[in-house]
Design a protein around this ligand. Structure first.
Ligand code: ZN
Length: 485
């Protein structure tokens, strides 16, 4: 069944992203100038120019959506304390094993140890307590893009499982449970909008109770597919109920003069994991394939020079570049590099469009246009070049999304027995089946098949058609099961 994925690979001799995902991914990160994982502290890496550019573009896209939906950007401190972190019992339980602690400063032990934020609930909420007085102060919608720090004990993986995590976290406060429920839907829509612009394919799942965010009432998560079959959680939305507002003593006066604890949400969007999804869902054996919306360069023009015509061909290329000023365009006129080497280089970097211009193109006032996603070529008249590039860029964005969603659908397999779950997981795919809702059945599956129960669809109602595939009792929901990062 894995053959359907292999059908998409090119015939190049390079590493294959479906067969050798880790090697393919690690090699590409460095060669495509995304990230250098050789920094001498484990779990921390350096974002190179292309990685930093894409990360910034994704951040701008998300922050625009947050701004337009009323979220205020703020900047909160990096540290909290043991006392604050410990206020919510489940929260401390969930994070205590992975926090970094600062114990001394200037060579002397600190009176109060500082905890480097693993997330910012316990940093923001003491301030929310000061700011919120009455119903008129609600809703409060705050966000910030920052780094959070978690001492991952499992093997670290660049972008996917790291100890310094670039993300955006939003925190909202609401007067009623109904408004909080509404906000969950709004947050899901914001994330969906950004991921859709990036052409990524994902499942929006309500996590099982045993896997919710520490301190939350329930958690929604976006699981993006990965070529090795392990899903990549790129974003989460948590309804905290009153769990935090009670312990942080956040109160407001209602319209009829009563004092109440408000309802809260927190939601996070993992920039490095989204970057990983962009690389691994869209990339191929030649390298990155970038959606134009995040590409540092849209068009590269490669002159195919012939002796005696070097200058005229170059001038022609610059004339074409002049017509493409509305895009990020570059003429690669390096003289010590062959056109073939230039093709290879820019394909690796995922530049969506390449224009090849030689004596023949000059004579005919045309350019040969190559699109990175399908590797197809077409000849375009220079007068129509701007329109043609625009059309191709739009088409690349759409076809990457279509391809990604097609693979997502192919990866999910509906099954009805434990043996089938094992098979699906060993084939690096995602299993879908009926489940009774018990932790015991989930654990039995995990032990048998080596994956994790990821939850049920949040955005679509799926009704069980048979009994729980583990215990045979009545099924409560249809769930998805996969290995995960
Ligand atoms: Zn069961």
């Amino acid at each position: 069944m894995i053959g359907i994925f292999y059908g998409l690979m090119s015939t190049a001799t390079a590493l294959n992203k479906y067969r050798n995902f880790s090697e393919w991914f690690d090699k590409l990160l460095l060669e495509a100038r995304i990230l250098d994982d050789r920094f001498p502290v484990k779990g921390f890496s350096v974002y190179l120019e292309n990685g930093a550019y894409i990360l910034r573009r994704v951040r701008e896209m998300l922050e625009k959506e947050l701004r337009e939906t009323g979220h205020k950007e703020m900047i909160f401190p990096l540290v909290t304390t043991e006392e604050l972190l410990g206020k919510e019992a489940q929260h401390i339980k969930g994070f205590s094993t992975e926090v970094f602690v600062i114990e001394s400063a200037g060579g002397k032990p600190l009176d109060v140890k500082l905890i480097v934020r693993p997330t910012s609930e316990t940093i923001m909420y003491p301030m929310f307590k000061l700011w919120i007085r009455s119903h008129a102060d609600l809703p409060l919608l705050v966000h910030q893009s920052n780094m959070v720090y978690r001492h991952e004990t499992k093997a670290t993986r660049p972008l996917l499982r790291v100890r310094e995590i670039p993300w955006n976290e939003a925190h909202t406060v609401h007067a009623t449970a109904a408004e909080a429920e509404q906000q969950v839907k709004k947050a899901v829509e914001i994330y969906r909008k950004v991921l859709d612009q990036l052409g990524l394919a994902y499942l929006v799942l309500k996590r099982p109770d045993f896997d919710k965010f520490p301190g939350a009432r329930y958690s929604i998560a976006f699981d993006a597919w990965n070529p090795d079959g392990r899903v990549n959680q790129v974003a989460t939305v948590h309804n905290l109920g009153k769990n935090f507002s009670k312990v942080f003593e956040i109160e407001f006066e209602t319209r009829d003069g009563k004092r109440e604890n408000p309802h809260q949400l927190c939601y996070g969007f993992g920039y490095s994991r989204v970057l990983a999804a962009l690389i691994s869902q869209h990339g191929d054996d030649r390298g990155l394939v970038l959606p134009p919306v995040v590409a540092p360069l849209h068009v590269v023009i490669v002159p195919i020079v012939f002796k005696g015509q070097e200058e005229s061909i170059k001038q022609f290329c610059y004339g074409v570049a002049e017509r493409l000023q509305k895009f990020a365009v570059k003429v690669d006129d390096r003289e010590d590099v062959t056109p073939g080497e230039k093709f290879y280089y820019w394909e690796k970097l995922g530049v969506p469009v390449r224009l090849e211009i030689g004596p023949r193109e000059v004579a005919e006032n045309r350019a040969t246009l190559f699109r990175r996603d399908t590797l197809e070529k077409q000849v375009v008249a220079v007068e129509e070049i701007e329109k043609a590039v625009e059309t191709v860029l739009t088409s690349i964005g759409q076809s990457l999304a279509e391809r990604s969603w097609r693979i997502m659908r192919q990866m999910v397999v509906e099954i009805s027995s434990i043996d089938e779950v094992k098979k699906v997981i060993s084939e690096r795919r995602i299993a879908k089946f009926d489940w009774c809702g018990s932790v015991e059945c989930a654990e039995q599956l995990k032990a048998a098949a080596g994956g994790e129960l990821r939850g049920s669809r949040f955005d679509e109602l799926e009704v069980p058609s048979g009994p729980c595939i583990v215990c045979g009792k009545n099924a409560a929901e249809v769930v998805y099961f996969a290995r995960a990062y």
